[in-house]
Ligand binder design. Structure first.
Ligand code: NAD
Length: 342
C-alpha cells in the first residue's frame, strides 16, 4: 500500500515515525512514497530523515503524480477542508488530523465529498486509541461496574503546550477545540451518544486568547451522567500531562484510571490495581509515549479498514457527532444555556 503525507510539522513527526515503523514490519505492507509541505524545506528534510523517495511543496501535484492508495493530512485546521476535498476529487482515501473542521457545515461538506467520491475518510482522533483508555473500555465492556450511571473524563495540567504549538495561543477558541474534542470523543466511546450538554469556560493564562479551562456536564442516552473537564492552567505536582484520567461508577463497582497509568477496579470489599502504561516504542519518548503509541494504533486501524473495505471507528461521519458536542460546548458557554442534541 502506497501512502502520502501532507504537513511535515510538529505532530507529523509521530505520523512519520509510525509509518516508518510500519514500513519496517514486512507483514504490514505499507509505506509512504511521498511527503508534502508548503514549506518545501520541511518536506525535503522529512523525506531525507525518513527515507521517503519523493517530496513536494504542493499537495495537488503530489496526488496527481503519485496516485497513492491514501493521503494522511497532518496540517493545521485552516487547510483541512480544501485538502480533504482535493483528496475526494482525486479519488484518494484520506486521513485528516483533528480538529477535523472549523464548523459543522464544513465537516458535513467534507464527509459528503468523500462519500460522493466513494473514498474512505478517517479523522485522526487518536485519544480513544491510547492503550490505557482501551483497557478502561475493556473493563467496562466486561461488566466490571455493572450498569454505569456516572462517568468522568478529565485532562488537567500545566504543561507548556504553547511552546510546541504556538498557533494555539492565537486561537479565539482554544482548549475545547484543541483537546476538549478528544475528551468528548472518549466520552462517546465509553458512554454512547449525548442528549444534553452544559458547559462553563474561563481564561486563566493571559498569554492565550481563548478559554483554557472548561467544565462540561453531559447527559448520555445510556443513562450515564458525565463530567468532562479540562485545563492547561493547572499547577500541580507531579505534573499529570498528558494523562487522561477517568472515573466510571456503576451499579456493581467502579473503574478509575489514575495518574501513573494505574487502572483501579474496585467493588465493596475488593480492590485491584493493574498497570496499563503503553509500550515505550523505540522512537517514542516520555511523557509523549502513550500518545505516540496511539498514533501507531490508529494508523494500523486505518490500513486494516482500507484493506477490509470497512468504515474506520473514527470515520468522518462518526466525527460529526464529536464535533456537534464540541461546537455545542461553545454555544452553551456563550449563552449560559444547556444544548440539546438529536
Ligand atoms: P505545525 O504548524 O507544526 O505543522 C503543520 C505543517 O503543515 C506546517 O509545516 C505547514 O507548513 C504545513 N501546511 C499547512 N497547510 C498546508 C498545505 N495546504 N499544504 C501543505 N502543507 C501545509 O502544526 P502541528 O502542531 O504539527 O499540528 C498539526 C495538526 O495536528 C493540528 O491540526 C493539531 O491540532 C494536530 N495535533 C494533533 C495531536 C493529536 O494528539 N492528535 C497532537 C498535536 C497536534
Amino acid at each position: 500500500m502506497r501512502g502520502t503525507l501532507v504537513g511535515c510539522g510538529f505532530f507529523a513527526e509521530n505520523h512519520l515515525n509510525a509509518w516508518t515503523a510500519m514500513r519496517e514490519t514486512p507483514l504490514e505492507g505499507v509505506e509512504l512514497v511521498a511527503v508534502c509541505d508548503r514549506d518545501l524545506g520541511k518536506a525535503e528534510a522529512a523525506a531525507r530523515r525518513f527515507g521517503i523517495p519523493h517530496f513536494y511543496g504542493d499537495a495537488e501535484t503530489m496526488l496527481a503524480e503519485q496516485r497513492p492508495d491514501f493521503v494522511d493530512i497532518a496540517t493545521t485546521l485552516p487547510s483541512h477542508r480544501a485538502l480533504v476535498e482535493l483528496a475526494a476529487r482525486q479519488g484518494v482515501p484520506a486521513i485528516c488530523q483533528k480538529p477535523f473542521a472549523a464548523s459543522l457545515e464544513d465537516a458535513e461538506a467534507m464527509v459528503r465529498a468523500c462519500a460522493d467520491a466513494g473514498v474512505q475518510l478517517m479523522v485522526h482522533e487518536n485519544f480513544r486509541w491510547q492503550h490505557p483508555l482501551l483497557e478502561v473500555k475493556r473493563a467496562l465492556d466486561e461488566g466490571w461496574v455493572g450498569k454505569p450511571f456516572f462517568g468522568r473524563v478529565q485532562f488537567r495540567h500545566g504543561f507548556d503546550i504553547i511552546a510546541n504549538q504556538p498557533y494555539l495561543a492565537e486561537d479565539e477558541r482554544y482548549i475545547i477545540m484543541d483537546v476538549g474534542l478528544h475528551l468528548l470523543d472518549v466520552a462517546r466511546f465509553l458512554f454512547g451518544e449525548a442528549g444534553r450538554l452544559y458547559c462553563r469556560t474561563a481564561r486563566v493564562d493571559p498569554r492565550v486568547r481563548g478559554e483554557d479551562t472548561a467544565t462540561m456536564l453531559v447527559d448520555f442516552a445510556s443513562g450515564v451522567t458525565g463530567v468532562v473537564d479540562l485545563s492547561t492552567a493547572t499547577k500541580t505536582e507531579p505534573e499529570p500531562f498528558p494523562e487522561c484520567l477517568i472515573r466510571i461508577e456503576g451499579t456493581e463497582g467502579t473503574i478509575e484510571l489514575d495518574q501513573g497509568y494505574r487502572l483501579v477496579l474496585s467493588r465493596t470489599g475488593h480492590r485491584e490495581v493493574r498497570p496499563v502504561d503503553a509500550e515505550l516504542l523505540p522512537w517514542a519518548s516520555r511523557p509523549w509515549h502513550v500518545v505516540q503509541d496511539s498514533v501507531l494504533a490508529i494508523q494500523r486501524h486505518w490500513v486494516d479498514c482500507l484493506r477490509e473495505g470497512r468504515e474506520p471507528d473514527t470515520s468522518g461521519a462518526d466525527n460529526l457527532r464529536t464535533l456537534e458536542l464540541t461546537f455545542g460546548a461553545y454555544a452553551s458557554a456563550e449563552t449560559g444555556q444547556a444544548v440539546v442534541f438529536g
